[in-house]
Design a protein around this ligand. Structure first.
Ligand code: PGA
Length: 240
């Protein structure tokens, strides 16, 4: 794993953007794997500023998001489909029809997972952006998720519900289930950038980089990826 430790969140976002820009400049129709959460917002701001200034174009880029809450769709501002439009897609030249995410309101969850897996099988991701949960999850693959997993519905752990409740009016409003790409879908990406900032991520970052490769720490699977870069701030790197 390549490891880049920088001073702060801003520097982390800029480092990630350098890799993003190289990928989408090199391949106009790149396939991006994108993430939600606080971590990638700075990267998305860099992409927006650059695109608005006439830099990289995303008009032929396709995007696949990692996960979505079961029961939420664009009509909820807590949904990840809403997040992606508000924080990125509505501000760059990507075509909305080229953006993909699990449908949180799908009537048949199993069919929705099969639909998403078929799409992923047909589209190799050139660059996958990831954050990491304080419990070592990537996407919503919580500790104990099989490494061979593909897109599935998960019961969110109490830890994740608590972490994510900061974005909801109350903890009771946090959905208890989510669709998520599986760990083997994520590992199929050609290149992965995982970002982490803040002291509350230090233990997870240690598990990601130095811990045993174990399903108890889902992110540890990335030690087996041929082209994975961790970009983190000093606080998140403090246990390395
Ligand atoms: P965060 O979430 O970016 O909001 O910290 C990361 C994650 O849970 O994967």
């Amino acid at each position: 794993m390549n490891i880049i430790v920088v001073k702060d969140y801003d520097a982390m976002s800029k480092e990630a953007f350098k890799i993003m820009k190289a990928v989408v400049t090199d391949k106009k129709d790149a396939v991006l794997g994108l993430a939600t959460g606080s971590t990638p917002i700075g990267l998305y701001k860099e992409m927006i500023a650059d695109c608005k200034a006439g830099g990289a174009s995303y008009k032929d880029v396709r995007a696949f998001n990692l996960d979505e809450y079961v029961g939420l769709d664009y009509s909820s501002d807590q949904s990840y489909v809403y997040f992606m439009r508000a924080n990125l897609f509505d501000h760059i030249d990507i075509k909305l029809e080229n953006t993909n995410i699990e449908n949180g309101k799908a009537a048949d969850a199993e069919a929705e997972c099969a639909r998403y897996n078929a799409l992923l099988a047909a589209n190799t991701i050139d660059l996958q952006i990831l954050g990491i949960g304080s419990n070592g999850h990537i996407a919503f693959n919580e500790p104990g998720t099989p490494f061979a997993s593909v897109t599935h519905v998960v019961d969110l752990t109490e830890n994740t519900i608590k972490d994510n409740s900061r974005l909801f009016k109350s903890i009771d409003e946090v959905p208890r289930k989510a669709f998520t790409m599986g760990l083997s879908n994520i590992m199929a990406a050609k290149k992965i950038v995982i970002m982490a900032n803040g002291a509350n991520k230090a233990k997870a970052v240690y598990g990601l980089v130095r811990g045993e490769v174990t399903e108890d720490v889902p992110a540890s699977i990335l030690q087996n990826h041929a082209d994975c870069t961790l970009i983190c701030d000093e606080a998140a790197a403090s246990l390395l």
